[in-house]
Ligand binder design. Structure first.
Ligand code: SF4
Length: 198
């Protein structure tokens, strides 16, 4: 029987993963999240696929917490998709809100970024010379990495953001307060920022 709880999604774009860790760090309050929401999309935790999201009617997801900046065409496509499918779309954390650390790459041209990251940096280990935007042979088949955008975007530069949750990452107490506030049905602040909704 389908759940009647409002759907909750979390997505990472150009992200370090710390925002997902912050959600995990709310510990037992995750049970409250489960009590109030159908947590149905989170690529690092759940097996829901992009195709499952594409199959939903528009606005079928009640709340999306979108973390990370937009570095690749795939990041951009997912922001557009989740915006379309969500009633409330939240830029979660500094990278989503303002570009954060990934946007430091915007101080350099895209050619320099690709050359450094995929070829010349001391940590580059790329014998097949894989480059975003190209299909490259790999053992057992081919791999296509999503193309980089010309510059890293904050999420609001690409889609309409309803609310921003500041922090790198947002603090667990802040996340719990916001989740409780939204679950209670109380009005959300009018300034577009979710600090704790108190
Ligand atoms: Fe990581 Fe901070 Fe960006 Fe979240 S806001 S993805 S914790 S760097």
């Amino acid at each position: 029987m389908p759940t009647l709880k409002p759907k909750l999604a979390m997505y990472w774009a150009a992200s370090c993963g710390g925002c997902e860790i912050a959600l995990a760090n709310i510990n037992e309050a995750l049970l409250e999240v489960d009590a109030h929401f159908d947590f149905m999309f989170c690529p690092c935790l759940l097996d829901t696929k992009r195709a499952d999201i594409e199959a939903l009617p528009d606005k079928a997801i009640f709340l999306t917490l979108f973390n990370g900046a937009l570095r690749t065409e795939e990041n951009l496509e997912m922001a557009e998709l989740l915006r379309r499918k969500s009633q409330l779309f939240v830029a979660f954390g500094a990278c989503a809100a303002s570009g954060g650390i990934p946007a430091l790459a915007n101080q350099h041209g895209i050619g320099h970024v690709l050359e450094t990251v995929f070829r010349t940096s001391a940590s580059a280990d790329n014998p097949q010379e894989l480059i975003p935007g190209a299909t490259s042979p790999v053992p057992g088949g081919e791999l296509e990495l999503p193309a980089f955008l010309q510059r890293v975007l904050a999420v609001h530069e690409a889609v309409t953001v309803d609310y921003t949750m500041p922090g790198c990452p947002p603090e667990p107490e802040q996340i719990v307060a916001v989740i409780r506030h939204i679950a209670s049905g109380k009005p959300l602040p009018e300034n577009g920022t979710l600090l704790g909704c108190t």
